[in-house]
Design a protein around this ligand. Sequence first.
Ligand SMILES: [Zn+2]
Ligand SMILES: [Zn+2]
Length: 454
Amino acid sequence: MHRRKKLFVDKVEEISFCGNQMFQFTGGEYEIPFSIQPTDCAHNFENCESCRENHELLMKEIRPLTDKFPFCCEQHAKLTEFPDFNIEDYKNLDKEIADKVYFTHHHIIDRIDNEDWYEDITDYIAYVTESIGTLPPQYGGSFQLGSYFLYVLELIRTVENSITSDEISKKEIKIRIEKIKAFINSFRKDNPENKNPDLNLLLSTYHKWYKIFPFELTYFNNIRERYRTNIPILAEPFHLNRYSNVKVAKLHTKESLTQSLIDTTKNILSQVNGNSLLKAGLLTDTEKIKYDLIIKKRETELFEMQLIDNSKQSGYIKVLKKWLKGEKKFIDEITPYLKNKSQKNREDKQEITVLKFALYIYYMQAAGKIEYFENHSNGKLAAIEELLEGSKVIDTTAKYFQIAYNKISNHKTNRIANNQISNISFVAKKMLNKYPEARNIALEELKLAQSKNR
Ligand SMILES: [Zn+2]
Ligand SMILES: [Zn+2]
């Protein structure tokens, strides 16, 4: 199918929001109508005389208008001044429109009991709608588009009680027919609800949400960028129409976008919270988080006051407020435990110094619990590296440890010096309590040191 379509841009506006730039085009589209082929249907013009007769009647009924086009009304008459308009592109309009009505009718009754009936039928109707053509806004609506919908609805009404199927029940047929009717009614371009929503309105609705959502909190560091750059203005993912081969997506309305933002808020908040931070080891600076939560809670309250009469938007604000309150409580309760833990970690780490660890190793070696470094096949330094790697008790380099170790192991006087008394005592009491032999050697030296330095 060869389509002749032209886009007209009247105005380009640059819109900025959440630090993004976007262009909004306003204008119109001009598409010349094209003929369509019937789909393969069990009920068709070849086997139904009544459809052939009614098709003739319909042509006769609309001919007075189609013959006049574009002088059928004031708006369409203006098309003669439109540069791309050529009356040759609008031939046999009576037959074209009657065909489209009946092809649609046959398609509906043929596919209504298929598994993918809804998508199949609605894709077809969307495709036929496009085939009727589009006029730029100031030249009136697509010629006979409204009639197409009305005739299709009328034909459904005449047969809906007599359609039968081996696949689905009478009741199910009825339900499906009603859904198709509802689709047609909502799809009609003359339906005011079907007007394309104002992009600016959608963007500002999103921006409001983005601003009030507490993305600046530590919790949302990882996802903030995603929500800044992906603006969910599409109500559904792109859908490929099987008949027109055109990809279409439906834009949100302000209402549906707000509803989806409420859902997004609930979704994010149910996944991200203090407990998930704690599990990921990210709950460190609780004082800062607490401070941020208090500020954000207040900001949210103030924002809510501005929207006192906007009940829809307060939907996600309620969710946010509840979450902020819960988080504040959680962080308050968990902080003392985190403090104790980090303090304890610090004490443990501070207690064992390089010198103490060197003493500990020396006594363990003296008691035969650890090999002497010089016995290692790769040499002393490699032995020390292995030891430090395996123990993880202190944070130092092998070289530095070796200097401290040599100092106390090579000369007994260094070991039992006055300034070592507290170190030996610590090593004996806290580090060697599982190794009595090594402990006794340490305690002996402790006595020596004490008596020598008295
Ligand atoms: Zn028929
Ligand atoms: Zn007209």
